[in-house]
Design a protein around this ligand. Structure first.
Ligand code: PGA
Length: 238
């Protein structure tokens, strides 16, 4: 499938992503939503918070799930749990996010637990995804089979390098993640990327071969994908 991204100036990124997100959620009475963390979706959550504050919308009907978590201390300020506390739980009426517990005694059982909870909820209606510099989706690193379900993953050097900006010397070597299986089975998928540093991997994901060398390339086969890019991230798409 050929993917035509929505490309907007950097300053409009959050608003554009919010519009796509709300439109994707609209057909569902209580949408199960997979939520990305990281730098990229921050403008989306900020725009969502502003819309709620302006009483333009409510989000109490959403059923949110984290798509991944670092294998570090549960309450570490760089954990995805801390991210959601800051950018999601701060929005009035925000429902609690279903999350991985990285301190669980068995990482693989914990991954399976959240995968099963998600499955019981009916699977993802809408998923918001970022893309790693190596093409990962959540913590599905290059090499991951597209049929793989939620699992504990070893983080690649490139992923640890990006994480180091926040985690420093304590950067975790592993994480918990929904699998490509759950992400690709979503009814609607939204891929967000911003900044020129992402231009190369965005081009590879959207125009390159569909291959587990670049897990995000599997999105080319998603039946209902919307890609939102700022001009920097879109700069190598012709
Ligand atoms: P970022 O992370 O939004 O912080 O660039 C994206 C990702 O690794 O999925």
């Amino acid at each position: 499938m050929s993917v035509s991204p929505v490309v907007v100036p950097a300053g409009d990124f959050g608003r554009a992503a919010l519009g796509i997100f709300l439109e994707a959620c609209a057909p569902f009475a209580a949408p199960v939503v997979g939520l990305a963390t990281g730098n990229t979706p921050i403008p989306l959550y900020q725009a969502l918070g502003e819309a709620v504050r302006a009483r333009a919308i409510g989000i109490g009907h959403l059923r949110p799930f984290a798509i991944d978590e670092y294998g570090g201390p549960r309450d570490h300020p760089c954990s995805n749990r801390a991210f959601f506390a800051r950018y999601w739980d701060s929005i009035a009426g925000a429902p609690a996010v279903g999350q991985f517990d990285p301190e669980s005694a068995s990482a693989s059982r914990e991954a399976a637990r959240l995968g099963a909870t998600l499955s019981t909820a009916g699977g993802l209606d809408v998923v918001v995804l970022g893309i790693g510099l190596n093409g990962h989706l959540a913590f599905n690193e290059p090499g991951t089979e597209r049929t793989r379900g939620a699992h504990a993953a070893t983080l690649r050097a490139e992923t640890r390098e990006s994480a180091r900006a926040c985690w420093g010397a304590g950067t975790p070597g592993w994480g918990l993640t929904l699998g490509l299986k759950e992400l690709l089975q979503s009814t609607r998928a939204i891929l967000l990327a911003s900044g020129a540093a992402k231009a190369e991997v965005v081009a590879r994901a959207l125009k390159g071969p569909v291959s587990r060398d670049c897990p995000a390339s599997f999105l080319q086969e998603h039946p209902a994908l919307t890609v939102v890019l700022d001009e920097g991230a879109a700069s190598l798409l012709t």
